[in-house]
Design a protein around this ligand. Sequence first.
Ligand code: SF4
Length: 285
Amino acid sequence: MLIVTVETTVELAAPKVLETLSPSRASDFKLCPQLFKFKAIDKIETPATVHQARGTTAHLALQRLFDDPATDRTPERLYDLFREAWVELRNSEYPDMFESQEEEREWGIQSLGILANYFSTEDPSSFEPTARELDILQEVGDMTIRGILDRMDETADGLIITDYKTGKAPPERYAIPAFFALKIYALLIRQRTGKTPTHLRLLFLNGPTVYEIPINDRQLDAMERQLEALWSAINRAIVSGDFPTRTSRLCDWCSYKDICPAFASQGDPAVAESGGTESGTGAAA
Ligand code: SF4
């Protein structure tokens, strides 16, 4: 994700417009415009969680697993890569994550248990990915979209885009919205290569659960129109400063619930009076 900070004198500067948008931030705006504002406009950082630390570390280990020859891609090798990645990330990104070595050790054991599930979802010695952690910056119409795609494989059935998740899978009836960001990646790949991916895959290691859906040009055309509408809506919100809250059951997991105007009456009275944090005037998200 690219976030560009636009220096501005808040009261006098003219409203800016969106410069780039990532699939994650597009998902945020679709879910709740106020959530998008907290993350992309106000850039309010929230404390890193053990789940984020696990996700980042596991992604790095899975990415590096394919640096090795196919015959070396064993569970033991993946565990070693996870440990090595954690040593790197602990100091740079998560220095105060654990209060004790015991806590850290427990987290590590749980993480390796989740990683072990990976081998029951696929055999990494049986294929060579076409791309891993692919950083894409792509024009789509008048929009500029940027994101990092976990993995893409060229198979007999066509191009498959895979996204790793270290959390638990939602029930199947709630799974389709989880493909929103992957559809954007498929659109970017089509734009970039001229080839339409054939399948999108969400690989939830904590289970494990694999959800896979077919994708085609008609769906990607619809995705492009949806993205254009979203892009315009974000620009209107930036100009007006109006980012409505959209409450849902997901609010219980939202890191910003304590400062969200929708819940202000339950929290800090000062937040209730101000209607939440004030908007800046420029963004790329
Ligand atoms: S708590 Fe709910 S309404 Fe408030 S920002 Fe988060 S998702 Fe949006």
